[in-house]
Ligand binder design. Structure first.
Ligand code: SF4
Ligand code: MG
Length: 317
């Protein structure tokens, strides 16, 4: 239902191009909780912004398609896209909660969208606002509040309720809880998962914290240096990671059964996306690298594993 095809995007400066999204393809099916993980700066947010045609200058989409039920979102006029954005496709980001208007009551800023862009009457709009806020655990009396009267966690719940106002089929969440403390994060994530089942939308969930995905996601993609390097079912990837970068991410996860000194962080730094990459982008940090990795870029390959498929881009396979 939502498909990104060979998307290339980045940032154009006078004398260099930061190629932040490199030939990314992925397919989200109805009901999927699709996770995308990778360290900060790997291009996750650029991917999301490009895919929703929200990338601002100097951002630029070079090529690719983004299909929502077969229609290429990138080729739609902005006006059509604005309508679709709430109805079919919506976005929650880490900073969404700070973009609430400080001088407007919660109920009015939520209702505004409905009244202005979707022809709702005031009372219908308020009713819907109330209903969606209840879904995220915010009671009707809070509708009268101004943003500063709510905690960070509540503000982010408001933003999530806002994204769900018109029952979109795909909700994209880019680090939606990263700014919040761990306990609040956890409860919001559980709520998102319940909501997803109740409201029946697909989620694309972007995070630098892969551990969140193993709990929640059905499918995951691992992103490194602007590319997807591994795609599979979340629990399969967790129990049997194939790409050396994915292995590194999982080895770095804290767990109660691990000694402190058995944590391994991945050595080295992320690559500079403004410089052309020779061979495998992960080669400098990869404990398995061999000669071929320096000269030949690995391609995504499909690997059949116990009845389920996995896509991996690594010369080891
Ligand atoms: Fe490591 Fe080579 Fe595989 Fe890249 S292609 S991840 S360097 S083994
Ligand atoms: Mg980001």
């Amino acid at each position: 239902m939502f498909e990104i095809k060979e998307l290339n995007a980045g940032y154009e400066f006078r004398n260099r191009f930061v190629h932040a999204v490199r030939n990314v393809s992925l397919t989200v099916e109805e009901g999927d909780f699709y996770g995308i993980a990778g360290e900060s700066g790997c291009g996750k947010s650029t991917l999301v912004l490009a895919a929703l045609k929200l990338l601002k200058k100097p951002g630029k989409i070079l090529s690719g398609q983004v299909l929502l039920d077969g229609v290429d979102v990138l080729s739609l006029p902005d006006e059509t896209l604005r309508k679709i954005r709430w109805k079919r496709l919506s976005l929650v980001t880490q900073s969404s909660m700070n973009s609430l208007n400080p001088v407007k009551r919660i109920k009015d800023q939520m209702a505004d969208v409905l009244i202005r862009n979707h022809g709702f009457s005031k009372s219908d709009a308020y009713n819907l606002v109330k209903e969606k806020l209840q879904l995220v655990g915010i009671t009707a009396d809070r509708m009268e509040s101004y943003p500063h009267q709510l905690s960070g966690g509540m503000r982010q719940r408001v933003v999530i309720a806002m994204a769900l106002l018109l029952s979109p089929s795909v909700v994209v969440m880019d680090e939606p809880t990263t700014a919040l403390d761990v306990v609040v994060q956890r409860s919001i994530l559980q709520q998102i998962e319940e909501l997803r089942k109740k409201e029946n939308f697909s989620t694309i969930f972007i995070t630098h914290d892969i551990s969140l995905l193993f709990e929640l996601a059905s499918k995951i993609s691992i992103m490194y240096a602007g590319e997807l390097v591994e795609i599979g079912l979340a629990r399969d990837v967790y129990t049997r990671p194939m790409h050396p970068y994915t292995k590194g991410l999982i080895e770095a996860l804290p767990s109660i059964s691990k000694d402190l000194d058995s944590y391994k962080s991945i050595p080295g730094r992320p690559v500079d996306l403004a410089i052309p990459i020779q061979g495998c982008p992960f080669k400098e940090r990869c404990p398995y690298a061999f000669e071929r990795c320096a000269v030949e870029k690995p391609q995504m390959r499909y690997i059949e594993l116990d009845g389920n498929g996995r896509w991996v881009s690594c010369h080891l396979y």
